[in-house]
Design a binder for this molecule. Structure first.
Ligand code: HEC
Length: 404
Protein backbone atom coordinates (compact mmCIF):
# COMPACT_ATOMS: atom_id res chain seq x y z
CA UNK A 1 0.00 0.00 0.00
CA UNK A 2 2.86 2.36 0.83
CA UNK A 3 3.82 2.33 -2.84
CA UNK A 4 0.60 4.08 -3.86
CA UNK A 5 1.30 6.95 -1.54
CA UNK A 6 4.97 7.32 -2.38
CA UNK A 7 4.36 7.24 -6.12
CA UNK A 8 3.29 10.88 -6.15
CA UNK A 9 6.60 12.20 -4.86
CA UNK A 10 8.23 11.61 -8.26
CA UNK A 11 6.31 13.92 -10.60
CA UNK A 12 5.61 12.58 -14.04
CA UNK A 13 7.17 14.97 -16.60
CA UNK A 14 4.06 15.38 -18.76
CA UNK A 15 2.01 16.86 -15.90
CA UNK A 16 2.45 20.53 -15.09
CA UNK A 17 4.08 20.83 -11.67
CA UNK A 18 1.64 23.29 -10.12
CA UNK A 19 -1.25 20.90 -10.60
CA UNK A 20 0.48 18.06 -8.83
CA UNK A 21 -0.42 18.56 -5.17
CA UNK A 22 -4.15 18.66 -5.78
CA UNK A 23 -4.04 15.75 -8.23
CA UNK A 24 -1.93 13.74 -5.84
CA UNK A 25 -4.29 14.46 -3.00
CA UNK A 26 -7.30 13.29 -4.95
CA UNK A 27 -5.36 10.39 -6.38
CA UNK A 28 -4.10 9.29 -2.98
CA UNK A 29 -7.55 9.41 -1.43
CA UNK A 30 -9.06 7.68 -4.48
CA UNK A 31 -6.41 4.96 -4.66
CA UNK A 32 -6.74 4.41 -0.95
CA UNK A 33 -10.51 3.99 -1.20
CA UNK A 34 -10.34 1.68 -4.22
CA UNK A 35 -7.59 -0.37 -2.57
CA UNK A 36 -9.58 -0.64 0.66
CA UNK A 37 -12.76 -1.71 -1.13
CA UNK A 38 -10.74 -4.15 -3.30
CA UNK A 39 -9.12 -5.62 -0.21
CA UNK A 40 -12.54 -5.99 1.38
CA UNK A 41 -13.97 -8.00 -1.51
CA UNK A 42 -10.84 -10.12 -1.90
CA UNK A 43 -10.86 -10.90 1.81
CA UNK A 44 -14.57 -11.71 1.90
CA UNK A 45 -14.16 -14.06 -1.06
CA UNK A 46 -11.16 -15.76 0.54
CA UNK A 47 -12.98 -15.92 3.86
CA UNK A 48 -16.00 -17.55 2.26
CA UNK A 49 -13.85 -20.51 1.30
CA UNK A 50 -11.67 -20.56 4.38
CA UNK A 51 -14.18 -20.12 7.14
CA UNK A 52 -16.73 -22.79 6.52
CA UNK A 53 -14.77 -24.88 9.04
CA UNK A 54 -14.25 -22.09 11.57
CA UNK A 55 -17.36 -22.36 13.74
CA UNK A 56 -18.85 -25.60 14.96
CA UNK A 57 -20.98 -27.56 12.51
CA UNK A 58 -24.52 -26.20 12.85
CA UNK A 59 -26.34 -28.66 10.59
CA UNK A 60 -29.75 -29.89 11.76
CA UNK A 61 -28.25 -33.33 12.30
CA UNK A 62 -25.54 -32.10 14.60
CA UNK A 63 -27.99 -29.89 16.54
CA UNK A 64 -30.28 -32.93 17.05
CA UNK A 65 -27.39 -35.02 18.37
CA UNK A 66 -26.30 -32.08 20.55
CA UNK A 67 -29.81 -31.90 21.99
CA UNK A 68 -29.65 -35.55 23.08
CA UNK A 69 -26.33 -34.97 24.84
CA UNK A 70 -27.67 -31.79 26.47
CA UNK A 71 -30.75 -33.57 27.75
CA UNK A 72 -28.74 -36.28 29.40
CA UNK A 73 -25.75 -34.31 30.74
CA UNK A 74 -26.66 -30.63 31.11
CA UNK A 75 -30.42 -30.27 31.55
CA UNK A 76 -30.41 -30.79 35.34
CA UNK A 77 -28.46 -27.58 35.87
CA UNK A 78 -29.09 -25.55 32.68
CA UNK A 79 -32.80 -26.42 32.26
CA UNK A 80 -34.66 -27.75 29.23
CA UNK A 81 -35.14 -24.20 27.95
CA UNK A 82 -31.47 -23.18 28.50
CA UNK A 83 -32.34 -20.60 31.16
CA UNK A 84 -31.29 -22.75 34.12
CA UNK A 85 -33.04 -25.61 35.85
CA UNK A 86 -35.88 -25.09 38.32
CA UNK A 87 -34.29 -23.39 41.38
CA UNK A 88 -36.09 -25.95 43.59
CA UNK A 89 -34.40 -28.89 41.82
CA UNK A 90 -30.95 -27.36 41.38
CA UNK A 91 -29.02 -27.60 44.61
CA UNK A 92 -26.30 -25.04 43.87
CA UNK A 93 -26.43 -21.31 44.33
CA UNK A 94 -26.35 -19.62 40.94
CA UNK A 95 -23.35 -17.39 40.34
CA UNK A 96 -24.07 -13.94 38.79
CA UNK A 97 -22.39 -15.18 35.64
CA UNK A 98 -24.67 -18.25 35.34
CA UNK A 99 -25.62 -18.33 31.65
CA UNK A 100 -29.10 -17.93 30.20
CA UNK A 101 -28.59 -19.44 26.76
CA UNK A 102 -31.72 -17.74 25.36
CA UNK A 103 -30.20 -14.27 25.96
CA UNK A 104 -28.58 -13.43 22.60
CA UNK A 105 -26.97 -10.34 24.14
CA UNK A 106 -25.05 -12.61 26.55
CA UNK A 107 -24.29 -15.57 24.32
CA UNK A 108 -23.50 -14.26 20.83
CA UNK A 109 -20.38 -12.43 22.04
CA UNK A 110 -19.01 -15.69 23.50
CA UNK A 111 -16.75 -17.70 21.22
CA UNK A 112 -17.42 -21.39 20.55
CA UNK A 113 -13.88 -22.07 21.71
CA UNK A 114 -14.59 -20.30 25.04
CA UNK A 115 -17.64 -22.54 25.59
CA UNK A 116 -15.59 -25.56 24.57
CA UNK A 117 -12.85 -24.63 27.05
CA UNK A 118 -15.39 -24.55 29.92
CA UNK A 119 -17.31 -27.70 28.88
CA UNK A 120 -14.10 -29.69 28.32
CA UNK A 121 -12.15 -28.53 31.37
CA UNK A 122 -14.82 -27.32 33.81
CA UNK A 123 -15.68 -23.86 35.17
CA UNK A 124 -12.39 -23.04 36.96
CA UNK A 125 -10.43 -23.35 33.68
CA UNK A 126 -11.85 -19.95 32.69
CA UNK A 127 -12.25 -18.64 36.22
CA UNK A 128 -15.91 -19.76 36.57
CA UNK A 129 -17.52 -21.64 39.45
CA UNK A 130 -16.48 -25.19 40.21
CA UNK A 131 -20.13 -26.31 40.03
CA UNK A 132 -19.76 -26.38 36.24
CA UNK A 133 -18.20 -29.86 35.78
CA UNK A 134 -15.60 -30.87 33.19
CA UNK A 135 -16.81 -33.19 30.42
CA UNK A 136 -13.46 -33.79 28.71
CA UNK A 137 -13.48 -37.42 29.89
CA UNK A 138 -17.16 -38.17 29.34
CA UNK A 139 -17.65 -36.55 25.92
CA UNK A 140 -15.56 -36.56 22.76
CA UNK A 141 -14.43 -33.30 21.18
CA UNK A 142 -17.02 -33.81 18.39
CA UNK A 143 -19.79 -34.39 20.95
CA UNK A 144 -18.85 -31.15 22.69
CA UNK A 145 -19.02 -29.31 19.34
CA UNK A 146 -22.50 -30.76 18.80
CA UNK A 147 -23.75 -29.72 22.22
CA UNK A 148 -22.40 -26.19 21.53
CA UNK A 149 -24.32 -26.03 18.27
CA UNK A 150 -27.42 -26.99 20.27
CA UNK A 151 -26.66 -24.27 22.87
CA UNK A 152 -26.50 -21.77 19.97
CA UNK A 153 -30.01 -22.73 18.88
CA UNK A 154 -31.49 -21.26 22.12
CA UNK A 155 -30.87 -17.71 20.83
CA UNK A 156 -33.60 -16.91 18.30
CA UNK A 157 -32.52 -13.34 17.55
CA UNK A 158 -31.22 -12.42 14.11
CA UNK A 159 -28.37 -10.17 13.10
CA UNK A 160 -26.24 -10.42 16.25
CA UNK A 161 -22.58 -10.25 15.23
CA UNK A 162 -20.77 -13.34 16.53
CA UNK A 163 -17.92 -13.06 19.03
CA UNK A 164 -15.55 -14.89 16.66
CA UNK A 165 -15.49 -11.62 14.65
CA UNK A 166 -14.30 -9.73 17.71
CA UNK A 167 -10.65 -9.76 16.65
CA UNK A 168 -7.82 -8.82 19.01
CA UNK A 169 -7.81 -5.06 19.44
CA UNK A 170 -4.82 -3.36 17.82
CA UNK A 171 -3.15 -0.32 19.41
CA UNK A 172 -4.39 2.21 16.85
CA UNK A 173 -6.68 0.61 14.24
CA UNK A 174 -10.24 0.59 15.57
CA UNK A 175 -12.07 -2.65 15.12
CA UNK A 176 -15.44 -3.24 13.51
CA UNK A 177 -16.95 -5.34 16.31
CA UNK A 178 -19.12 -3.46 18.84
CA UNK A 179 -17.64 -3.84 22.30
CA UNK A 180 -18.35 -3.68 26.02
CA UNK A 181 -14.94 -2.70 27.25
CA UNK A 182 -12.76 -0.23 29.06
CA UNK A 183 -9.31 0.44 27.65
CA UNK A 184 -6.53 2.41 29.31
CA UNK A 185 -3.78 3.17 26.83
CA UNK A 186 -0.46 4.97 27.17
CA UNK A 187 2.18 6.10 24.74
CA UNK A 188 5.54 7.57 25.64
CA UNK A 189 8.19 9.17 23.46
CA UNK A 190 11.25 6.97 23.17
CA UNK A 191 13.18 9.74 21.39
CA UNK A 192 12.94 13.57 21.33
CA UNK A 193 11.21 15.57 24.10
CA UNK A 194 9.71 13.73 27.05
CA UNK A 195 5.98 13.33 26.66
CA UNK A 196 3.52 10.76 27.94
CA UNK A 197 -0.05 10.60 26.77
CA UNK A 198 -2.89 8.25 27.43
CA UNK A 199 -6.52 7.55 26.74
CA UNK A 200 -9.32 6.28 28.91
CA UNK A 201 -11.85 4.70 26.56
CA UNK A 202 -15.26 3.37 27.50
CA UNK A 203 -17.23 1.36 24.96
CA UNK A 204 -20.72 0.02 25.48
CA UNK A 205 -23.05 -1.90 23.22
CA UNK A 206 -26.73 -1.13 22.79
CA UNK A 207 -29.33 -2.92 20.72
CA UNK A 208 -28.24 -5.66 18.36
CA UNK A 209 -25.59 -3.84 16.36
CA UNK A 210 -24.65 -0.55 18.02
CA UNK A 211 -22.04 0.77 20.38
CA UNK A 212 -21.26 4.11 21.98
CA UNK A 213 -17.75 5.24 22.73
CA UNK A 214 -16.30 7.91 25.02
CA UNK A 215 -12.57 8.58 24.71
CA UNK A 216 -10.84 10.99 27.10
CA UNK A 217 -7.19 11.68 26.24
CA UNK A 218 -4.67 12.80 28.88
CA UNK A 219 -1.25 14.29 28.13
CA UNK A 220 1.79 15.06 30.27
CA UNK A 221 4.58 17.07 28.68
CA UNK A 222 7.90 18.54 29.71
CA UNK A 223 7.81 22.07 28.27
CA UNK A 224 11.07 23.89 29.15
CA UNK A 225 11.64 21.67 32.20
CA UNK A 226 8.19 22.19 33.64
CA UNK A 227 5.74 19.31 33.37
CA UNK A 228 2.26 20.21 32.21
CA UNK A 229 -0.65 17.83 32.29
CA UNK A 230 -4.09 18.11 30.84
CA UNK A 231 -7.14 16.61 29.22
CA UNK A 232 -7.22 16.53 25.40
CA UNK A 233 -10.19 16.68 23.03
CA UNK A 234 -12.85 14.23 24.22
CA UNK A 235 -14.46 11.97 21.62
CA UNK A 236 -18.11 10.86 21.70
CA UNK A 237 -18.89 8.29 19.03
CA UNK A 238 -21.54 5.89 17.78
CA UNK A 239 -20.69 2.75 15.84
CA UNK A 240 -23.07 0.54 13.91
CA UNK A 241 -22.45 -2.85 12.33
CA UNK A 242 -23.57 -2.72 8.68
CA UNK A 243 -22.72 -6.30 7.81
CA UNK A 244 -21.36 -9.33 9.61
CA UNK A 245 -21.05 -12.97 8.66
CA UNK A 246 -19.43 -15.75 10.62
CA UNK A 247 -19.49 -17.90 7.50
CA UNK A 248 -17.27 -15.56 5.52
CA UNK A 249 -15.47 -14.27 8.63
CA UNK A 250 -16.17 -10.62 7.77
CA UNK A 251 -17.61 -7.62 9.57
CA UNK A 252 -18.12 -4.04 8.41
CA UNK A 253 -19.03 -1.08 10.64
CA UNK A 254 -19.44 2.67 10.33
CA UNK A 255 -18.74 5.14 13.10
CA UNK A 256 -19.52 8.83 13.46
CA UNK A 257 -17.91 10.85 16.26
CA UNK A 258 -17.60 14.36 17.60
CA UNK A 259 -14.30 15.51 19.13
CA UNK A 260 -15.14 18.29 21.56
CA UNK A 261 -12.51 21.00 22.07
CA UNK A 262 -11.97 20.15 25.75
CA UNK A 263 -8.15 20.28 25.44
CA UNK A 264 -6.06 23.41 26.02
CA UNK A 265 -4.95 24.54 22.56
CA UNK A 266 -2.16 26.86 23.68
CA UNK A 267 -0.49 23.98 25.55
CA UNK A 268 -0.87 21.78 22.49
CA UNK A 269 -3.35 19.42 24.20
CA UNK A 270 -6.32 20.22 21.97
CA UNK A 271 -7.17 21.44 18.49
CA UNK A 272 -9.29 24.38 19.67
CA UNK A 273 -12.20 23.46 17.44
CA UNK A 274 -14.95 20.84 17.28
CA UNK A 275 -14.05 18.06 14.86
CA UNK A 276 -16.36 15.56 13.18
CA UNK A 277 -14.77 12.22 12.58
CA UNK A 278 -16.17 9.43 10.49
CA UNK A 279 -14.72 6.06 9.56
CA UNK A 280 -15.48 2.67 8.12
CA UNK A 281 -13.90 -0.39 9.74
CA UNK A 282 -13.73 -3.69 7.91
CA UNK A 283 -12.26 -6.78 9.56
CA UNK A 284 -11.62 -10.18 8.06
CA UNK A 285 -10.87 -13.40 9.88
CA UNK A 286 -9.08 -15.96 7.75
CA UNK A 287 -8.21 -19.61 8.12
CA UNK A 288 -6.25 -20.62 11.24
CA UNK A 289 -6.91 -17.33 13.03
CA UNK A 290 -5.02 -15.02 10.70
CA UNK A 291 -6.78 -11.68 10.47
CA UNK A 292 -6.77 -8.29 8.77
CA UNK A 293 -8.38 -5.19 10.26
CA UNK A 294 -8.76 -2.02 8.21
CA UNK A 295 -10.04 1.43 9.08
CA UNK A 296 -10.51 4.30 6.64
CA UNK A 297 -11.75 7.69 7.78
CA UNK A 298 -11.60 11.45 7.85
CA UNK A 299 -11.31 14.17 10.48
CA UNK A 300 -13.30 17.27 9.57
CA UNK A 301 -12.72 20.22 11.91
CA UNK A 302 -15.32 23.01 11.99
CA UNK A 303 -12.65 25.71 11.68
CA UNK A 304 -10.21 24.53 9.04
CA UNK A 305 -8.07 27.64 9.43
CA UNK A 306 -6.85 26.41 12.85
CA UNK A 307 -6.91 22.64 12.24
CA UNK A 308 -6.72 21.08 8.77
CA UNK A 309 -9.02 18.37 7.48
CA UNK A 310 -7.29 15.02 7.25
CA UNK A 311 -7.81 11.45 6.13
CA UNK A 312 -6.42 8.32 7.70
CA UNK A 313 -6.02 4.69 6.72
CA UNK A 314 -4.99 2.10 9.30
CA UNK A 315 -4.47 -1.62 8.89
CA UNK A 316 -3.52 -4.35 11.31
CA UNK A 317 -2.34 -7.79 10.19
CA UNK A 318 -2.16 -10.46 12.85
CA UNK A 319 -2.38 -14.04 13.90
CA UNK A 320 -3.64 -15.57 17.14
CA UNK A 321 -2.05 -18.57 18.80
CA UNK A 322 -3.36 -20.42 21.83
CA UNK A 323 -2.03 -23.40 23.72
CA UNK A 324 -4.16 -26.40 24.68
CA UNK A 325 -5.98 -26.88 21.33
CA UNK A 326 -6.86 -23.20 21.12
CA UNK A 327 -8.41 -23.10 24.60
CA UNK A 328 -5.48 -21.69 26.61
CA UNK A 329 -3.80 -18.28 26.84
CA UNK A 330 -4.12 -16.32 23.60
CA UNK A 331 -1.10 -14.60 22.03
CA UNK A 332 -1.73 -12.28 19.09
CA UNK A 333 1.29 -10.79 17.34
CA UNK A 334 0.21 -7.97 15.01
CA UNK A 335 1.75 -5.33 12.84
CA UNK A 336 -0.05 -2.10 12.05
CA UNK A 337 0.52 0.31 9.17
CA UNK A 338 -0.81 3.74 10.04
CA UNK A 339 -1.25 6.48 7.43
CA UNK A 340 -2.42 10.02 8.03
CA UNK A 341 -2.56 12.92 5.62
CA UNK A 342 -3.68 16.53 5.99
CA UNK A 343 -5.94 17.65 3.18
CA UNK A 344 -3.89 20.73 2.27
CA UNK A 345 -1.84 21.40 -0.84
CA UNK A 346 1.67 20.00 -0.60
CA UNK A 347 1.03 17.90 2.52
CA UNK A 348 2.73 14.52 2.68
CA UNK A 349 1.36 11.30 4.12
CA UNK A 350 2.73 10.29 7.51
CA UNK A 351 3.36 6.54 7.53
CA UNK A 352 4.10 4.65 10.74
CA UNK A 353 4.74 0.98 11.35
CA UNK A 354 3.72 -0.52 14.69
CA UNK A 355 4.70 -4.11 15.53
CA UNK A 356 3.06 -5.34 18.75
CA UNK A 357 1.96 -8.30 20.84
CA UNK A 358 -1.41 -8.69 22.53
CA UNK A 359 -1.82 -11.31 25.24
CA UNK A 360 -4.68 -12.42 27.46
CA UNK A 361 -3.82 -11.94 31.14
CA UNK A 362 -6.76 -13.43 33.09
CA UNK A 363 -7.91 -17.01 32.66
CA UNK A 364 -11.28 -15.74 31.47
CA UNK A 365 -9.39 -13.74 28.83
CA UNK A 366 -11.38 -10.62 29.71
CA UNK A 367 -8.27 -8.73 30.81
CA UNK A 368 -5.70 -8.28 28.05
CA UNK A 369 -2.57 -6.25 27.45
CA UNK A 370 -0.85 -5.07 24.28
CA UNK A 371 2.65 -3.61 23.89
CA UNK A 372 4.24 -2.20 20.72
CA UNK A 373 6.73 0.26 19.26
CA UNK A 374 5.48 2.87 16.81
CA UNK A 375 8.13 3.90 14.30
CA UNK A 376 7.60 6.79 11.85
CA UNK A 377 8.60 5.77 8.32
CA UNK A 378 8.02 8.99 6.35
CA UNK A 379 8.25 12.68 7.35
CA UNK A 380 10.25 11.59 10.35
CA UNK A 381 11.38 15.10 11.35
CA UNK A 382 9.77 16.01 14.68
CA UNK A 383 7.98 12.66 14.94
CA UNK A 384 9.32 10.50 17.72
CA UNK A 385 9.51 6.72 18.05
CA UNK A 386 6.92 5.80 20.67
CA UNK A 387 6.30 2.96 23.05
CA UNK A 388 2.61 2.12 23.11
CA UNK A 389 0.73 0.01 25.61
CA UNK A 390 -2.82 -0.73 26.70
CA UNK A 391 -4.75 -2.69 29.28
CA UNK A 392 -8.22 -3.81 28.28
CA UNK A 393 -11.11 -5.03 30.39
CA UNK A 394 -14.07 -6.69 28.68
CA UNK A 395 -16.52 -5.90 31.51
CA UNK A 396 -19.40 -7.91 30.07
CA UNK A 397 -17.37 -11.06 30.86
CA UNK A 398 -16.94 -10.34 34.55
CA UNK A 399 -15.60 -7.96 37.17
CA UNK A 400 -11.88 -7.11 37.20
CA UNK A 401 -11.45 -9.29 40.28
CA UNK A 402 -13.25 -12.28 38.75
CA UNK A 403 -12.04 -14.84 36.23
CA UNK A 404 -8.43 -15.34 37.41
C1 HEC B 1 -23.89 -29.49 38.16
C2 HEC B 1 -24.50 -28.47 37.38
C3 HEC B 1 -24.05 -28.27 35.94
C4 HEC B 1 -24.03 -29.20 34.94
C5 HEC B 1 -24.40 -30.67 35.00
C6 HEC B 1 -23.60 -28.49 33.75
N1 HEC B 1 -23.37 -27.19 34.04
FE1 HEC B 1 -22.70 -25.76 32.74
N2 HEC B 1 -22.59 -24.43 34.25
C7 HEC B 1 -23.02 -24.66 35.55
C8 HEC B 1 -22.84 -23.44 36.31
C9 HEC B 1 -23.21 -23.23 37.77
C10 HEC B 1 -22.28 -22.49 35.43
C11 HEC B 1 -21.93 -21.06 35.76
C12 HEC B 1 -20.52 -20.93 36.26
C13 HEC B 1 -20.17 -19.50 36.61
O1 HEC B 1 -20.77 -18.59 36.02
O2 HEC B 1 -19.29 -19.29 37.45
C14 HEC B 1 -22.10 -23.15 34.16
C15 HEC B 1 -21.57 -22.55 33.05
C16 HEC B 1 -21.59 -23.11 31.79
C17 HEC B 1 -21.06 -22.48 30.62
C18 HEC B 1 -20.30 -21.18 30.59
C19 HEC B 1 -21.00 -20.04 29.97
C20 HEC B 1 -20.11 -18.82 29.89
O3 HEC B 1 -20.53 -17.82 30.46
O4 HEC B 1 -19.05 -18.84 29.26
C21 HEC B 1 -21.31 -23.34 29.58
C22 HEC B 1 -20.98 -23.09 28.12
C23 HEC B 1 -21.93 -24.48 30.11
N3 HEC B 1 -22.08 -24.33 31.47
C24 HEC B 1 -22.32 -25.57 29.35
C25 HEC B 1 -22.71 -26.79 29.91
C26 HEC B 1 -22.96 -27.96 29.13
C27 HEC B 1 -22.91 -28.04 27.62
C28 HEC B 1 -23.25 -28.96 29.99
C29 HEC B 1 -23.55 -30.38 29.69
C30 HEC B 1 -22.63 -31.07 28.85
C31 HEC B 1 -23.22 -28.38 31.34
N4 HEC B 1 -22.89 -27.06 31.23
C32 HEC B 1 -23.48 -29.06 32.49
C33 HEC B 1 -23.54 -25.83 36.05
C34 HEC B 1 -23.63 -27.00 35.36
Amino acid sequence: MAGFFFSCSTPRPEIHRSKLPRMCRTLNAGVCLVAAVGLMFACTAAGQIANSAQAVDSSADSIAQGKRIYQSACVACHGSDGRGGEPSTTVFERPDSFPDFTRCDQTTAELDIAYKAVITNGGPYRGFAQIMPSFGEALSSQDIDKVISYLRSFCHGKGWPRGELNLPRALVTEKAYPEDEVVISTSANATDGPSVSGHVIHEQRFGVKNQIEVDVPLTFQDQNHIWYGGVGDTTLGIKRVMFSSLRSGSILSLQGSVLLPTGNRSRGFGSGTTTFETFAAFDQLLRSNTFIQTQLGADLPRHTQIAPQSIFFNTAFGQSFASDHGMGRLWSPMVEFIADRDLVDGAKTDWDILPQMQVTISHRQHIRGDLGVRVPMTNTAGRSIQLEFYLLWDWQDGKITEGW
